[in-house]
Design a protein around this ligand. Structure first.
Ligand code: BG6
Length: 512
């Protein structure tokens, strides 16, 4: 039998069908439920992909009835769902939504929830349950403990019970380990889905396809042909919506690098998995995270730049500096920007720096990965004047917005003289596929309902990532000579020191 027809390998190519279930959302009155989770479920319903008889039970502390909850969600859905809001569809869809009022610490509230779920199960004839923990992180422990005490973590006969845990998954390695041990007392690892919504973004999923399904890239994907890799996540927002309180305790490194950006990096740097199963893929990703070269206290200033925005102008509007933001300590030492030079100490990537940057209040919202190839021998064209590093080919994966992939290459400018100019081959999702990609949460919810954990972080991935991040945090906060907190005016591309970091290596950040 040819290797490619091996049924064992084939079975991973398609996702199992999502089964009917009840999705219980803890923290149902929060932002995430309104802006992401319910609009995602609604859009899946609009595409006709929602498992039949799916029910949603919102669990939260504020007292309200089903009708009020539904009408609040309706307002949010009008603004946030990918699928256009349709009154008739909403009327049917919203009948499946219920509200359950209880404190997270109140085990009786969980027991009462159990009774409601039993009644739903009886009506539907199946007892599958997906518990989605979308509350503030300080309640994670209580919720998990009460799921255990009330026995809700155990699935009814012939059914399943799974848990989805939102970020932040801990604030450092010890807290992540502690949370993992509470989760593992409550649910088996196969039933635990640690969400990282970047993995649900269509273009992030395309990284493996681009690398391993295209013969023109796969052989070049190593240190013999690649000079460096850049991962940029720029945001043109600050601390809107009262986020300052959370953010000031977190910072760019913990909020985005530990999870989203290290996940993207591991997809770019991983070895081909033996199959597309959840563990096949995650085994390879975790190896990358384990291979990240630690950053010592002595090296931190050379490898990591941290910064805060000061007053400036974004999209033509004057915005305050980070320390002036609501709920931010006026003497805060929390970074709203971070740039890192990361080495992946593996055979494939020896000597190839991965430059990673993330910043709030930058000029635009854009996330992209750019792979910078080495220059060809310059014997033939070395006398033709070119600016900067434009000689090199650059493959850009645009994660968002305007999802797509482009390849920069050199071309002769038409005419008698031999002159060269970089040109771009561009693939855009919207033109090639003619429709908007599903939202990350749509894909991830469907996967969790189908029991496919490939796009969710495994316990060891999360812990390894914290191990890497903790050293940098310690180097900042426990260093007798801590590196400076640099600044940048809001609306600019970050501190000069981040440019200097690349300049020392004779490179520059890609202009976005
Ligand atoms: C969240 C972070 O995980 O991701 C936010 O906590 C950030 O600070 C957000 O703004 C970005 O997500 P997206 O999908 O808009 O890039």
């Amino acid at each position: 039998m040819p290797y490619s027809e091996n049924p064992f390998r084939q079975q991973f190519a398609t996702r199992p069908t999502p089964e009917p279930c009840t999705v219980v959302i803890f923290g149902a009155t929060g932002d995430l439920t309104h802006r992401k989770l319910v609009p995602a479920l609604y859009s899946i319903a609009a595409d006709g992909e929602l498992p039949p008889t799916l029910k949603v039970v919102g669990f939260a502390r504020r007292d309200k009835d089903d009708a009020t909850f539904r009408s609040e969600l309706e307002q949010a859905n009008r603004k946030h769902s990918r699928a256009p809001h349709d009154d008739a569809l909403w009327a049917t869809f919203s009948e499946s939504i219920h509200y359950h009022c209880s404190e997270f610490q109140d085990v009786d509230g969980f027991r009462a929830l159990g009774k409601r779920l039993d009644a739903i199960d009886q009506e539907r004839g199946s007892g599958n349950r997906l518990f989605y923990i979308a509350s503030a992180p300080e309640f994670f422990d209580d919720i998990l403990q009460n799921l255990r005490t009330s026995g809700l973590n155990k699935a009814p006969k012939d059914s399943w019970a799974r848990v989805v845990v939102e970020k932040p998954f801990g604030t450092d390695l010890p807290s992540a380990q502690n949370l993992n041990s509470i989760v593992s007392k409550t649910f088996a690892e196969k039933d635990t889905f640690r969400i990282d919504h970047y993995l649900g973004k269509e273009t992030a999923q395309n990284i493996m396809v681009l690398r391993f399904a295209n013969a023109i890239f796969e052989p070049l994907w190593n240190n013999r042909y690649i000079d460096s890799v850049q991962i940029t996540c720029a945001e043109n927002l600050g601390m809107e919506g009262g986020r300052g309180g959370y953010y000031d305790k977190s910072g760019a490194l913990r909020d985005m690098v530990q999870n989203h950006l290290l996940q993207l990096l591991s997809l770019v740097a991983m070895e081909p998995p033996t199959d597309l199963s959840a563990d096949g893929v995650r085994d390879e990703k975790v190896k990358v995270i384990r291979s990240l070269r630690p950053v010592s206290k002595a090296d931190v200033a050379e490898y990591v730049v941290r910064g805060q925005y000061v007053e400036g102008s974004v999209d033509g509007k004057t915005v305050p500096g980070y320390r002036e933001e609501d709920r931010v300590n006026p003497e805060s030492m929390t970074e709203s920007y971070v740039a890192l030079k990361i080495h992946v100490d593996t055979w494939r990537w020896e000597g190839v720096p991965f430059y990673v940057r993330m910043g709030k209040q930058l000029p635009k919202k854009a996330t992209e990965i750019s792979v910078h190839f080495r220059f060809p021998p310059s014997v033939l064209f070395n006398n033709i004047p070119m600016q900067g590093d434009v000689r090199g080919n650059v493959l850009v994966m645009r994660i968002q917005p305007d999802e797509g992939i482009s390849l920069r290459m050199l071309s002769k400018i038409p005419g008698a003289a031999l002159r060269m100019e970089p040109v771009k081959m561009d693939f855009s999702y919207s033109t090639s596929f003619g429709k908007a990609s599903p939202e990350a949460y749509e894909r991830l919810l469907l996967d969790a309902i189908a029991g496919d954990a490939t796009l969710f972080a495994r316990r060891d991935e999360v812990e390894q990532a914290w191990k890497f991040i903790d050293q940098i945090e310690n180097a900042w906060h426990q260093n007798p000579t801590p590196p400076p907190m640099t600044t940048y005016p809001a609306g600019t591309w970050g501190p000069q020191e981040a440019d200097d970091m690349l300049e020392r290596d004779d490179r520059t950040w890609r202009r976005i």
